[in-house]
Design a protein around this ligand. Structure first.
Ligand SMILES: C[S@@+](CC[C@H](N)C(=O)[O-])C[C@H]1O[C@@H](n2cnc3c(N)ncnc32)[C@H](O)[C@@H]1O
Length: 248
């Protein structure tokens, strides 16, 4: 996808995800061979561990770039939350519409999710009002990555933790693995996603953004620069998918 100017990126990305919304979950499952479910689950287990350590049974969690709500739902179902609340924010209305349907169907007993349209770079919340924030496969879409991280830092309470799950090409060091993954992206992922979504440009943009994301040490450095401490990195799938953690 050709981005005409930075100002247009949010509008272009939002339109792209609105158009992809009806096929998004199906394509995720096919292209990742269902591993995306396991990756999000790993994030939730790290969140649960943090909640246990901090004795936080009731917690407000902000799920940024929530999309169709898979992570928000998983968090709301977990005991990290008990009777807490998840606030799911995303600029793409159609992605959130699917998340809302899934939430209704889930009939959660206690924890609740509220959905809100919005931009990570300008969060419509007071400072310090969330115990944790999560972003799954969202940060590489932000136009101003540092600005968004600063905003997330602002809305976290002291001791609050940010969990970022993201493709991290820069963490894949083995040459053979890099070749195999490149082959998979170009020869399998792009044709399959084009076939199912009818949109070639969206998935070539998504694949390119994986190669361009400042992964590993570079991302941890950015978190540190924006005030986060106790930085951690949990690599999965030869490093291709990584969970980054930072504490305010
Ligand atoms: C690849 S999807 C990930 C959705 C979901 N978190 C998941 O795990 O499936 C990326 C999401 O980022 C959202 N997004 C893009 N730019 C954003 C921004 N500036 N602020 C918040 N969300 C944004 C998109 O609308 C899209 O729903």
């Amino acid at each position: 996808m050709h981005m005409k100017s930075k100002e247009h990126k949010l509008a272009t990305i939002t339109k792209m995800f609105n158009d992809l919304a009806p096929k998004y979950d199906l394509l995720n499952r096919i292209l990742s061979m269902r591993m995306d479910v396991w990756w999000r689950r790993r994030l939730v287990s790290l969140l649960e561990k943090q909640a246990r350590e901090q004795g936080q049974g009731v917690m407000r969690v902000l799920d940024v770039a929530a999309g169709t709500g898979d992570l928000s739902l998983m968090i709301a179902r977990s005991h990290a939350l008990e009777s807490g609340e998840v606030v799911a924010i995303d600029p793409a209305k159609e992605m959130l519409a699917i998340a809302k349907i899934k939430y209704k169907r889930a009939k959660l007993p206690t924890a609740k999710i509220t959905f809100q349209e919005g931009n990570a770079e300008l969060l419509p919340f007071e400072a310090g009002c969330f115990g944790a924030a999560t972003v799954a496969f969202g940060v590489r879409n932000f136009e101003d990555l540092e600005g968004a991280i600063t905003e997330i830092y602002r809305v976290l309470s002291k001791g609050g933790t940010l969990f970022v799950l993201e493709f991290s090409w820069g963490n894949v060091h083995n040459l053979l693995t890099r070749k195999l993954l490149r082959f998979y992206f170009q020869r399998v992922m792009l044709p399959v996603s084009e076939f199912f979504s009818g949109q070639k440009s969206s998935y070539s943009y998504l694949a390119n953004s994986i190669f361009e994301f400042p992964a590993g040490e570079r991302f941890l450095h950015l978190l540190g620069k924006r005030g986060f401490g106790k930085l951690e990195e949990h690599k999965m799938c030869w490093g291709l998918v990584t969970i980054y953690i930072g504490v305010k």
